[in-house]
Design a protein around this ligand. Structure first.
Ligand SMILES: Cc1cc2nc3c(=O)[nH]c(=O)nc-3n(C[C@H](O)[C@H](O)[C@H](O)COP(=O)(O)O)c2cc1C
Length: 346
């Protein structure tokens, strides 16, 4: 089977996980220049901001990089659910002096679209990755037509087979340890979600394309273990969060460096979809899974002003402190150094 390095044109089988909200082009450039695959997450970027970041990437590296998108079906807003959610948040609005009537509703994260493809096309990225399934077959064919290799997260064997049947070039097998959103898309049943080293061999046995391990991998030994199980490479997120090139907020950095980082949960209170983050006040009091939270990504808007107010006071009580279960690899070192360390270089 083709190696991940030759498939993607990289030196090291290390992919820096795309992490919306905590990084832009700077982290991706550093990792790509170090021989790994840097990733630009676009889920939270406007089209104009995406263009600017892509221009910086093009200027900053000659090497391949990955551009990442969410592929969720746009939700239908439900006024009753929105009202229930704002009702659950009402005590906090009072505590922070926020007038709930001034908070706009609306989506917090966009899905891959033909407008995005139009803006992306001139940059012809070497790799495009998707989370929450794939775009329409027309859009996917368009991206493939530029010569991009396609990656997508799978959280079950069934999802991996579904992706292989639609022609993706490699699968990111995302174990339950992983920080951020579960990439699950064929089922909403959390009992289907398993650990990285349970998922990886099952996916490898079920598909013929390269499989990339993601979730809980934080050092060279973890990388070696994934490769020993047959992974073609790894995708590492949490370990990069303290690198100076990441834009991780001060409250997030403080939490990652503290004992609290040992307490993570899968929660839907920030966006409406299960995602792993460090347990904070809103998760402890309303979650981790709340039946009031509107469908992804509609839960975001009502929490946003609480997050802003709390952060302005130095508190991460209402911030998504995304982290995987293994934050032990988080180091305040340049991303190039971390990339080399992950692949076992001294
Ligand atoms: C802060 C954070 C943000 C994330 N955002 C994204 C994203 O925008 N797109 C995506 O495909 N995956 C995202 N992920 C999930 C990663 O792709 C990957 O599955 C995960 O980081 C691997 O587990 P680890 O964090 O234990 O290394 C995010 C993860 C974290 C920690």
């Amino acid at each position: 089977m083709i190696t991940l390095q030759s498939l993607l044109g990289i030196e090291r089988a290390i992919i820096q996980a795309p992490m919306a909200g905590v990084q832009g082009s700077a982290l991706a450039i550093a990792v790509s220049n170090a021989g790994g695959l840097g990733s630009l997450p676009c889920a939270l970027l406007s089209i104009e901001a995406m263009r600017e970041e892509l221009a910086l990437l093009r200027a900053g590296t000659q090497r391949p990089f990955n551009v990442n998108f969410f592929c969720h079906a746009p939700p239908t807003p439900g006024p009753e659910r929105e009202a229930a959610w704002r009702g659950a948040l009402a005590p906090y609005y009072r505590e922070y002096g926020i007038d709930a009537n001034t908070i706009p509703a609306g989506p917090g994260r966009g899905s891959f679209s033909s407008e995005i493809a139009d803006a992306l096309e001139p940059f012809k990225p070497a790799v495009v990755s998707f989370h929450f399934g794939l775009p329409s077959s027309e859009l996917l064919a368009r991206v493939r037509g530029w010569g991009a290799k396609i990656l997508c997260s799978a959280t079950t064997v069934e999802e991996a087979c579904w992706l292989e049947a639609r022609g993706v070039d490699a699968i990111v097998a995302q174990g339950i340890e992983a920080g951020g959103h579960r990439g699950m898309f064929l089922s909403e049943d959390l009992t289907t979600q398993v650990g990285t080293f349970a998922l990886l061999p099952q996916v490898i046995a079920a598909v013929k394309i390269p499989v990339i391990a993601a979730g809980g991998i934080a050092d060279a030994k973890g990388v070696a273990a994934a490769l020993a199980l047959g992974a073609a490479g790894v995708q590492v997120g949490t370990a990069y969060l303290l690198c100076p090139e990441a834009t991780t907020s001060a409250v997030h950095r403080t939490a990652l460096k503290s004992e609290r980082a040992r307490h993570t949960a899968l929660t839907n209170v920030f966006t409406g979809r299960p995602a792993r983050g460090i347990v904070n006040r809103i998760i402890a009091e309303l979650g981790p899974i709340s039946s009031d939270a509107p469908a992804f990504p509609l839960a975001t808007a009502a929490v946003a002003p609480l997050r802003a107010k709390a952060e302005s006071r130095g508190s991460g009580d209402f911030s998504p402190l995304w982290s995987g279960q293994n934050a032990s690899g988080c180091r305040e070192i340049p991303a190039a150094e971390l990339t080399r360390a992950l692949s076992g270089d001294p």
